[in-house]
Design a protein around this ligand. Structure first.
Ligand SMILES: O=P(O)(O)OC[C@H]1O[C@H](OP(=O)(O)OP(=O)(O)O)[C@H](O)[C@@H]1O
Ligand code: HPA
Length: 177
């Protein structure tokens, strides 16, 4: 089996939409500071592009959770691989993710982070696959709703590959013979 990547969202489309979302976030948080939480590894490219375009003051922290491993299906078990460095008390937290799929990762993460007494907590995602939802998650900012297909690029991987693609693509598996 080999893989072919079909473009779903071009680099230009993604960049233009991130600019729009960053402008909306900057308006919504006018006069406040945002504590961005980048969910590693997938969220890292989106977080950088988004943060550069937000015009209110931003602080940044990172958390790493894993539920997919190298598979295309969620194991259903969310593991904290790296916790935040800073406390959240009194902060306006904005979680930044690459994708909400079943919703398991984010529903788990939001419950954990709420318990750390932030002033507010919102969620911003590059991609959302609403058809796949198993756990309810309130998405405050979403760049694109996408169909139920396994996607890569802009931080998203297939067995750790393709995170560095500057566009969003769909993985197509092909037989070589
Ligand atoms: O809504 P869900 O079904 O829970 O899926 C979404 C999660 O899956 C991916 O993470 P993954 O576990 O693959 O880790 P990674 O970001 O390091 O690739 C993605 O970055 C989200 O965190
Ligand atoms: O479509 C996807 N692609 C990559 N990682 C993912 N994690 C959840 N859904 C996906």
């Amino acid at each position: 089996m080999s893989e072919k990547i079909k473009v779903l969202l071009s680099e230009e489309e993604v960049d233009a939409r991130i600019k729009q979302i960053a402008a909306q976030i900057s308006r919504d948080y006018a006069g406040r500071e945002i504590h961005l939480i980048c969910v590693l590894k997938g969220g890292v490219f989106f977080t950088c592009e988004l943060a550069k375009r937000i015009t209110v003051p931003v602080s940044l922290d990172f958390m790493s959770v894993s539920s997919y491993g190298d598979d295309t299906k969620s194991s259903g078990v969310v593991k904290i691989v790296k916790d935040l460095d800073q406390p959240l008390i009194g902060k306006d937290v904005l979680i930044v993710e690459d994708i909400i799929d079943s919703g398991r990762t984010l529903s788990y993460l939001i419950e954990i982070l709420k318990g750390r007494n932030p002033n507010s907590i919102r969620l911003c995602t590059l991609l959302d696959k609403p058809e796949r939802r198993v756990k309810d998650v309130k998405v405050d900012y979403c760049c694109f709703n996408i169909p139920d297909e396994f996607v890569v690029g802009y931080g998203l991987d297939y067995a750790q590959k393709y995170r560095n693609l500057p566009f969003i693509g769909v993985v197509e598996l092909e037989n070589q013979d």
